[in-house]
Design a protein around this ligand. Sequence first.
Ligand code: GTP
Ligand code: MG
Ligand code: ZN
Ligand code: ZN
Length: 397
Amino acid sequence: MSINLVCTGCGAPLQMEAENERGYVTSSAFLREQPLCQRCYRLIHYGQFSPSSVTEDEYRTSVMRTLARPSLVLYVVDLFDFRGSLVRGISGSLRDHEIWLIGNKVDLLPRELNRDRLSAWLMREARRQELEVREVFLVSAKTGEGLAQLWEAVKLRARDRQAVAIGMANVGKSSVQNKLLEHAGQLEGQAFTVSPYPGTTLGGFTLKLGGSGVTLADTPGLLGRFRLQDRVCQASLADIVARVQVRPRVYQLQPEQTLFLGGLARLDFIAGQEQPFVVYVANQLTVHRTKLAQADELFKRQVGAILTPPCPQCDASLQVLKPKNMSFEDGKPVDIVISGLGWIRLSGKTVKLKMHVPEGVEITVRPALGAGRRGAGKGRMHGSARAARPHITTGRR
Ligand SMILES: Nc1nc2c(ncn2[C@@H]2O[C@H](COP(=O)(O)OP(=O)(O)OP(=O)(O)O)[C@@H](O)[C@H]2O)c(=O)[nH]1
Ligand SMILES: [Mg+2]
Ligand SMILES: [Zn+2]
Ligand SMILES: [Zn+2]
């Protein structure tokens, strides 16, 4: 029997035949007013996650179907991994709709990053991706920051159309939608299923809010081989995803020194003057400094042990790092961004480096995010005015 209904948590079409496939629902759960599939049930009640993700084709079909109605697109990005949040090749499909860029997880960013400049930067980056963004909101579905404003705006401007959350897996689409539900006063009953693992939402589906007349739509996210958070195992995910505000770690390095970010990325300082390298990764990730001459040997012996993640359960492709030469002339500070892991801020002094990451993981370079040398501490700051104190590690070995 095929049932013409979807799970009210993840959007998967419900079915009663195959227990191990998505959308499986028991007959008693099916009879509930808001049926939940078994996968959502286990996730919500026992924290058990069964991996399942949509293929690129399924993704596009599901998004296109959702966007067939007049929509206000809430394009959700994870501020900690902006580039990794961009859905490749989707701009064309969004062209007919108004787009708002929702920079989520703002709670993770160090406070030294000026919010106004961040918004302006997001707007520029979006334009570069050919996204005609009308508004930018910086929010945190975790702390609630910025969500009252977003809800007010949605309520006002999405009466005659649905507000659809779009974006890569794990950026927080469902979490943001749940916060909007909360602001709408719809606390009980339905909620979009959320989990720490990418690939939670499996289909596009809508939820009409009583009272306000607003309809919210959630869509699945895409996974990408170029993002580390989509490549590590479930246990290692907890080691690389930032949970609280990131504390920048400053390493004053001399040439011929190496930094390992866990065992997933490695920076070799080949040539240049002694200078600071500021690491922005999850606080719980171990950063290890060593001599360049010893780095190969250390990696061989310690990958999966001191240099972890990857762990033995992670995909074998993560146990091999591919080198890439990079050099920078004297100029403004830049960030080297490792998709799904974080970034390293260079001082702006001339430098020759070798960056190593697993095959396929994207490395990009951007002007240093937020405060540059002069801008630090100036301008309007939201929230606490105190800048995060960098943690300084000296050049001695
Ligand atoms: N620190 C922080 N974590 C967040 C925030 N919003 C969401 N998360 C976490 O990010 C993870 C993913 O959240 P989801 O809402 O399931 O993300 P999604 O985009 O719907 O993911 P898919 O359904 O897999 O595409 C969960 O662990 C959330 O708790 C935020 O503002 N700050
Ligand atoms: Mg989701
Ligand atoms: Zn479900
Ligand atoms: Zn692992």
